[in-house]
Structures are given as C-alpha cells and as structure tokens.
Ligand binder design. Structure first.
Ligand SMILES: Cc1cc2nc3c(=O)[nH]c(=O)nc-3n(C[C@H](O)[C@H](O)[C@H](O)COP(=O)(O)OP(=O)(O)OC[C@H]3O[C@@H](n4cnc5c(N)ncnc54)[C@H](O)[C@@H]3O)c2cc1C
Length: 545
C-alpha cells in the first residue's frame, strides 16, 4: 500500500483500499473507457471527503498531483466516473435522507443515496423528483446532480438543475461551502472573504461580467443541454448569484458534493397513456411538435423508430406481440398525461386525440396500470437492443445523446439514417422526442481495430451533424471523456476558453476529476478505449432505457 493510502487510512473514518479487485471493479463505468484508480476510499462523512481533498491539495502544492474522482453507482455513459487517482465511493456510507419537509416537499440528502430509494420514500409522501433517469433503480442522486440527469418526464417537468436549490460542496482545497441563490448584498459579503471561497466568488463574478455577451450567445434554442458548465444561470440580471447551477452538471470537476437540497413535485400516479403508430418519421415529428405546443404539456413524449421495433421483434417476438400493429410502423410515440385538474385534463385528452387522428395510422389509449405497462414496453424495448450482443459486437454508447431544436427533429433522424447507411451499420433510434433528445447506439466490436477507428469517425460525423442543426452534443449524459473533446467545436474557441477559466478558478492544481470535460482531445482519450465493451455493472440489475 502506498504512503498516500496509509496516510488516508490513518486519518479517515471510512475504509481505504488498494486491493486489485476493488481497483479493477472501479476501473470502468458504463462508458467505452477504462482507467483503474490507485486508491479506493469509502468516505463515512463529509469530514472524510474534506480531509482527502485537503491532503491532495497539499500534495499538489508540493508538485504531486493525485486526482480525485467522486463516484456514485458508476453508470456514467461518458467516462466521467473513472479516474487514475483516489476514487471516493459515496453509496457505501453517505446514502441517507437527512431531512424531508412534508409541508414543502423539500428534501435534503447525501449524494450516495440510491435514486430509486429516494423516489419510493417521496412517493409515500405523495411527492416525487421528476427528472429521474431511466437508470433510477441503479444510480445515485449525487450522480444525477453531477450529470444534470433527466428523463422521460423532463418534457413537462424540466431537468435536475431545476430542482436543486442548494448544495454543500467540498472545494478543491478541502474548504466546505454551502450554495444557494444569494442577494447582491450577500454576494458582496462572500466576495469579501479572505478564503478560497472568497477567491472563487471574486474570480467567477469578474469572469462572468467580462464575458457576459459570449455566455448569453452560447445559450442554444433547445429543450435541454448538459454540455459544458451552466454559467448562464449563475448571475442573474438582478445581481443575484448562485454557484449551485455550476456544480450541477459539472461531473465532479469543480467540487465534490457532500449534501443536496432539492425541491420536489406533488405526485399523482393517475395518468392517461397513448401509444401511436406512424407510417413515416415526418408524420411522427409533426405530431411531436403539435403535442409539445399544447398548453398542458404531456408528462412524456417518447419515440421509438421502426428499426428498433423490428430488431426487438426479431430478438424477442413475444415482447411486443400484444401491442404492435402489423406491418411494423416507421415510428411509434408513447405519450403520457398526468396530474392535471379534471376539466383541463379532458380538454387536453381531446386535443391529443385530434393530433393523433391527424398524423398517426393508429393509436391506443389506456388508463389502467396493467394496460399502460404493456404500452410502456414499446419504449422500454430499447433495453433489449442495449443488452443484445453477438460475440463481442455490442451496442456502444458513443453517439447516444444528441439534442436538437424540435423543428429539426425530422432532419436529425434523417441525418442519422444517412450516417449509418454510409457506414454500413444497422440503425435504431429511440428517446425523448418531446425534448428533441434521441439515443442511438451502433453495433460495433471494439476489440477490432477497424471498428475502433469507425467508432471515432462516427463520433466526428455525428457531432458535426448535431452542431450543424443548432443542437448540443449531450442533453443528459454529459460530456465526460467522451464528448469533452467536442466542446470547443460546440461552443467555439472563445466560449471554450471561458469554460477553461472556470475550471482553473475552482481547481487550479487539476485535482478534481481531471481529463473530464475540459482539457482533453480525441487523441488523449483513445488509449483509454476498452478492449471489449461490457455491461458488467448493469447485470446486477435489469437495464432499462
Ligand atoms: C441503462 C442506462 C440508462 C440510463 N438512462 C439515463 C437517463 O434516462 N437519463 C440520464 O440523465 N442518464 C441516464 N443514464 C446515465 C447515468 O445512469 C445517470 O447520469 C446517473 O444519474 C448517474 O448516476 P451514478 O450514481 O451512476 O453516477 P456515477 O456514474 O457514479 O457518476 C456520474 C458523475 O457524477 C460524478 N459524481 C458522483 N458523485 C458525486 C459527488 N458526490 N460529487 C461530485 N460529483 C459526483 C462522478 O464523478 C461522475 O462524473 C443511464 C445509464 C444507463 C447505464
């Protein structure tokens, strides 16, 4: 065991290990990359996180940089939950609900808490946290916050950043801060502090003021965007200031989150569900636009293309037998309506009928949970595709999270089909059509040199496509090592330069999850590509998507 590991063992309450098995286990997340940590730490409390970070800072001041990577359940798709230094694994101990205010629904939690467990608890109090990812049962709330996760309900309810109201964060030097929206006066006080926190507030305020126009111009006309740092929400026109939006979605590159305060929504399990089938992608996209324009936004507008339905039908002919029309349609939408008051609900249901009658070839409506579960299988069919493999050929998560303006959805899908045809690959598309956010995973065998090269060529072409349509490289899975190299292409060199400065302000020694988001190139991540892709981490659970 190294001297650093010994020091940590001596000073922390939580366990510290350098065992080869632990290091191997934590060397992968759900991405195509692999990178073993040198030390694995299971912090027992915030003080353990603080001490670890403080120690790494002191070493870095003496010229020895040991990276720190925070880790939830390791389902990250972008290669951001791996790192070659100290791995801080939160779910082991820091997994409590600290407080739940039953009147306001505000909940305070530790980052390692399983998201599914939190949701269950909230639902017993008739509340819920809407932007949950499909991986809810096997991921942590800390991971969701650090990735700014979202999911099928985001079309109506927004993304994680819309619910996080405050955080406790361990800064790079081990200082602990609390974030929330500050008045102008409170900001002034923070800027007067002689601590690292004070320096962060001063430098960031100056950076935002100097680059206000570029920051505003970098906002894209899309429903959600997890790329880069969310600088636009930090300082408002009224002078109020909040660091929270910056840590949400930062993937542990600016600070380590030790406590999260979230707002929640009232939960009403009664929903109406539609499944609609279309004979062209254009017809499905027109329906999506009209559904999205309704004054009562549906709580889900999910898309599955005919190729996916066809693949699933071949892999598991029984799965969709009851619900799928024949011949298999070009596209299907699953549309859910929840929670609205009775009168409005009736009116919206009528409007949905009108839209589907106009654009769909057929559709079904269900109100009972059992029948709804059958319809949801259409959308969740993508799990079968992800889990399928032929020898080492598997669905690879490399271009699985593009998001475009809604009016470009049709063009986006057409562009993906062209790209896959040109590369002689089978294609299947699914995702959050109501947000213009689609998933697509090519079948590749990354143990083969040809397919490894193809993977990077595909990424290049796919991200060009998304950017050319005015979209973003990631709606919810975030940048990590996978999409970090495309950030300057997405935002331009000048805005990318501002993002680099943000990183420098919070992490001057490069301790916090280095190699993620900022300061990476395609060439620098190529050596981290795994020899074979594997879903090892998921097989303890049933994957959904
Ligand atoms: C089958 C499948 C389906 C998925 N579906 C969705 C989906 O619908 N929507 C979606 O958004 N994502 C989805 N994901 C991606 C991923 O599951 C989510 O982003 C999830 O919220 C990550 O949680 P985790 O606990 O696994 O985090 P991890 O993978 O452990 O970590 C994710 C990131 O958070 C950072 N982090 C973790 N804890 C902290 C902390 N305490 N402080 C600072 N940083 C921290 C890590 O360093 C890393 O950068 C899916 C993944 C899979 C495998």
């Amino acid at each position: 065991m190294s001297k650093v590991a010994h020091y940590l063992q001596e000073h922390l309450l939580g366990e510290v290990t350098t065992s080869i098995d632990a290091r191997r286990y934590f060397s992968t997340d759900n991405s195509i990359f692999s990178l073993p940590p040198s030390i694995v730490v299971y912090p027992r409390n915030e003080n353990d996180v603080r001490k670890t970070t403080r120690f790494a800072w002191q070493l870095a001041e003496r010229g020895r940089v040991i990276p720190i990577t925070a880790r939830g359940w390791g389902t990250d798709m972008s290669g951001a939950a791996i790192g070659n230094g100290i791995m801080l694994v939160f779910p082991a101990h820091m997994n409590r609900i600290v407080e739940l205010d039953q009147k306001t629904g505000v909940v305070v939690v530790e980052p390692g808490l399983n998201y599914g467990r939190l949701q269950q608890t909230l639902q017993t109090h008739e509340r819920f946290l809407p932007p949950y990812p499909a991986s809810i049962e096997f991921s942590s709330i800390g991971g969701a916050v650090a990735n700014n996760a979202s999911g099928e309900k985001s079309v109506k309810y927004g993304v994680t950043k819309d619910y996080v109201k405050g955080l406790r964060v361990v800064l790079a030097n081990g200082e602990v801060i609390e974030t929330r929206r500050l008045t102008k006066r409170e900001l002034g006080k923070k800027m007067g502090l002689t601590t690292f926190e004070g320096e962060v507030y001063r430098s960031l305020d100056k950076l935002i003021e100097e680059n206000r126009n570029s920051i505003d111009n970098s906002i894209k006309n899309i429903a959600k965007n997890a790329a880069g740092y969310n600088l636009a929400d930090v300082k408002r026109r009224d002078g109020t200031f909040d660091l929270t939006p910056l840590f949400v979605g930062a993937q542990g590159t600016l600070g380590i989150i030790s406590e999260i305060t979230c707002e929640t929504e009232a939960y009403n399990p009664e929903t109406v569900l539609f499944a609609a089938f279309f004979d062209s992608i254009a017809a499905a996209c027109s329906a999506v636009q009209e559904l999205r324009a309704l004054s009562q936004t549906p709580s889900a507008i999910e898309f599955v293309d005919g190729y996916l339905l066809d693949i699933v039908n071949q892999l598991n002919p029984n799965q969709l037998k009851q619900v799928l029309p024949h011949p298999i349609p070009s596209a299907a939408l699953v549309v859910e309506l929840d929670n609205t008051a009775d009168r409005k609900r009736k009116k919206t249901i009528k409007q949905i009928h009108r839209i589907l009658e106009k654009h769909a070839t057929s559709y079904k409506e269900e109100s009972t949970p059992a029948e709804q579960a059958a319809l949801w299988k259409i959308r969740h069919a993508s799990a079968a595709l992800i889990a399928h493999s032929e020898n080492q050929t598997k669905a690879i998560p490399i271009i699985d999270d593009g998001v475009v303006p809604l009016e470009k959805l049709d063009e986006f899908i057409g562009g993906i089909y062209t790209l896959f045809t040109a590369n002689k690959l089978d294609v299947a598309i699914w995702g959050h059509a109501g947000d213009g956010n689609l998933h697509v995973q090519p079948y590749l065998d990354i143990s083969q040199l040809g397919d490894r090269q193809k993977a990077f060529r595909l990424m290049d072409d796919f991200y060009d496509l998304v950017i050319s349509l005015g979209g973003s490289t990631t709606g919810q899975y975030n940048d990590g090592r996978l999409r970090g190299p495309y950030l300057s292409r997405l935002y331009g060199d000048s805005v990318y330069g501002v993002l680099e400065q943000v990183k420098k302000i919070f992490d001057p020694h490069g301790i916090l999850n280095p190699g993620v988001k900022i300061g990476i190139t395609v060439d620098s991540v190529k050596p981290l590509l795994r020899n074979t892709y594997s879903l090892d981490h998921l097989y303890r659970h049933m994957p959904r998507s």
